[in-house]
Design a protein around this ligand. Structure first.
Ligand SMILES: *Cc1c(COP(=O)(O)O)cnc(C)c1O
Length: 368
């Protein structure tokens, strides 16, 4: 018997959205097309057509190693955001960047600060490096940044703020972030995880990259997985002080972002039309969901992202019943919200199917 160290055995396992193929196998459905997946906040419009062309082109060169420094992608991001490319790191999804931050900055006995109902990966990664998670209560459905600032203790190394937050879909404004930036100790990294920020009209998105330009200890994380529709390729990036980027480069593997992902991300970044179409689809879909839920007598949490929380009663049971009806959503008991499911905004047709099946599940009395 191979002994598994306690440190590893004790780690919680992330529960991802169920893959379409797995659900299809489980329920004996022959075509994945018959399943509606609204579980992982992917872009229902798919990837940008420009990214698809870049992928086909890059595929011809997969026999050579990628550029380990992701030169062109980092350069394009640097120019887009008005920072030197020494302030840009790219990763195998922003999830990898979260893990690399922990790898570089957390020692056993350190701590991180996050909100109780924020993206669970922060806590999992802190556990991995033997760091403690200080989780502060939310105020209503948003982060209480003052409580987070007050929770910082001597061994706190990082504060994680998902904005907009997953799974609540809510956001904190520029003034509140400003207050947190001013209040936090200069040796504590403020990690602003902006995975959904491109869904906001640009004038409503807080300008946080400015803090990096000002030399503040701020890391802005973004991803190509959501609005840009490239979740399967795994590319995310960090805009951060150059010394933080340098530390991330030391702890990462040399070829952490593959060549197809680099080419696709570069093309997607330039496809503003696809981003605009996505914004419109999401805005219309949120309305469709809010109206549909109101008709069913279900409360929702007002969202600015491409997903929303729906209060269904017995969340896990509704998730399972919907899955039997070929609709995948996300149960929220893992986030301490057992009465809710999280639903990703899909296409108009996907939303309509999911709402119809949700109505049937409720009529069956599953919501308890
Ligand atoms: C989806 C998501 C991510 C990241 O995803 P990657 O696919 O790893 O880039 C990061 N943070 C939040 C809050 C998310 O919801």
């Amino acid at each position: 018997m191979i002994p598994i160290p306690d440190r590893v055995r004790r780690l919680a396992v992330y529960e991802p959205g169920r893959p379409i193929e797995e659900v299809a196998r489980q329920f004996g459905v022959s075509s994945a097309d018959e399943i509606v997946k609204l579980a992982s906040n992917e872009n229902a419009l798919g990837p940008s057509p420009r990214a698809l062309r870049a992928i086909r082109e890059a595929a011809r060169r997969v026999h050579v190693y990628p550029d380990g420094g992701s030169f062109y992608l980092r350069d394009a991001l640097a120019r887009r955001f008005g920072v030197p490319s020494s302030c840009v790191a790219v990763g195998h999804g922003s999830n990898e960047l979260i893990a690399l931050l922990a790898h570089a900055f957390l020692e056993p006995g350190d701590s991180i600060v996050m909100s109780e109902c924020a993206f669970i990966v922060y806590r999992l990664v802190a556990d991995l490096f033997g760091a403690r998670t200080i989780a502060t209560p939310m105020r209503g459905w948003t982060h209480d940044l003052d409580a987070m600032a007050a929770a910082i203790e001597p061994r706190t190394k990082m504060v994680f703020v998902a904005n907009p937050n997953n799974p609540t879909g809510t956001m904190v404004g520029a003034a509140e972030i400003e207050r947190l930036v001013r209040r936090a100790r200069p040796d504590v990294l403020l990690v602003l995880d902006e995975a959904y920020i491109e869904l906001l009209p640009p004038e409503r998105a807080p300008d946080t990259i400015r803090y990096v330009r000002e030399g503040r200890p701020v890391v802005v994380l973004r991803t190509f997985s959501k609005t840009y529709g490239l979740a399967g390729l795994r590319v995310g990036y960090a805009i951060a002080p150059a010394e933080v980027v340098e530390a991330l480069n030391r702890v990462r593997q040399p070829f952490n972002v593959n060549s197809i992902a680099q080419a696709a991300a570069l093309a997607a970044l330039e496809d503003e039309a696809h981003v605009e179409r996505t914004r419109r689809m999401v805005a219309a879909g949120l309305q469709q969901w809010e109206r549909g839920c109101r008709r069913l007598g279900l409360e929702t949490v007002p969202s600015v992202a491409n997903f929303l929380l729906v209060k269904v009663g017995a969340g896990r049971a509704v998730f399972e019943a919907l899955q039997r009806r070929r609709v995948i959503v996300r149960p929220m008991d893992g986030y301490g919200l057992p009465e809710y499911v999280r639903v990703t905004v899909g296409t108009r047709r996907e939303n309509a199917i999911a709402l119809r099946e949700l109505a049937a599940v409720i009529a069956d009395g599953v919501s308890g």
